[in-house]
Design a protein around this ligand. Structure first.
Ligand code: ADP
Length: 262
């Protein structure tokens, strides 16, 4: 099947999910899971009911980022998977919750990986959610394609680092979503600059890229520029409560407002 509505994937009647946002990246390691976690926490703080579906099956980092590692998921009486709930009430589903040992690699071929992500959509007891954030598999390969075809995603947030932003890595991902008729909400530039912890000065390692032109040409909105800083690296250790820098807090809140207003 090609487009979402032709794929015949049933929504589970036990779930009522108002908005599904896919967080995607052209390649791994650019902060896709970090942005997914930040977005989920910001939305939760605004009072929304939020879930995170970790579709990055072979490299799941959501349990670590949400401090739910070592948890094991249980089945409900209706044979649905009960998600793990974080301290602040975000429902999370990740393959790690089903594995005996999270350090063992998942040596599965693409179709199995794709169908596992699909099952997390159909078989998890999400119940009522305002927002389900999907941490997409990195890149534009067959697993990302399966997820995009089998889950009714309302919009894609593309995460990139500055040196890749104007490259074909990002445009490929954007074009893939658009070919599947999924709107691209916009782009988050992560690790935009380094925020000096002592002097608050901004160090931009990559400048002079024609970002504005690229975004115009691709008809893309810039949702936010997130600095590279210790407070964000430490989310997996401290959660987001320890982010005290007002500038960073405002950037993350504005990014979230830009996403939900689109
Ligand atoms: P991806 O999901 O794209 O593979 P991750 O979100 O797992 O990437 O991030 C990769 C690494 O970079 C992690 O160790 C994360 O803590 C770190 N990281 C991501 N964004 C930032 C940032 N803005 N500042 C500092 N560290 C970051």
């Amino acid at each position: 099947c090609g487009k979402q509505d032709t794929c015949g994937v049933e929504n589970n009647p036990r779930n009522n999910i108002k908005n599904v946002i896919g967080v995607m990246s052209g390649k791994g390691g650019v902060g896709k899971s970090t942005v997914s976690t930040i977005l989920a926490n910001e939305l939760r703080q605004k009072g929304y009911k939020v879930g995170i579906l970790d579709a990055d099956i072979t490299g799941p980092s959501i349990p670590r980022l949400t401090n739910t590692q070592n948890k094991k998921a249980m089945m409900s009486t209706e044979e649905m998977i009960i998600p793990i709930i974080t301290e602040n009430g975000i429902k999370v589903m990740s393959l790690n919750f089903l594995l005996e040992d999270e350090n063992q690699p998942v040596i599965w071929r693409g179709p199995i990986v794709g169908s596992t992500a699909k099952k997390f959509w159909t078989d998890t007891l999400w119940e009522d959610l305002d927002y389900l954030i999907i941490d997409m598999p990195p890149g534009t390969g067959d697993v990302a394609l399966t997820v995009m075809q089998s889950v009714p995603i309302n919009g894609i947030v593309m995460v990139s680092i500055p040196q890749d932003l104007v490259s074909m890595i990002v445009s490929k991902g954007v074009n893939m979503a658009r070919k599947l008729d999924i709107p691209v909400i916009g782009v988050v530039e992560n690790m935009s600059y380094i925020l000096c912890p002592d002097c608050d000065s901004k160090i931009r390692l990559y400048e002079g890229e024609n970002t504005e032109q690229f975004l115009n040409d691709m008809d893309l909105k810039l949702l936010g520029e997130i600095p590279m800083c210790k407070e964000i690296t430490d989310i997996s250790k401290n959660g987001m409560k320890k982010i005290t820098n007002k500038e960073i807090k405002d950037i993350l809140e504005n990014m979230t407002n830009n996403i939900i207003s689109s």
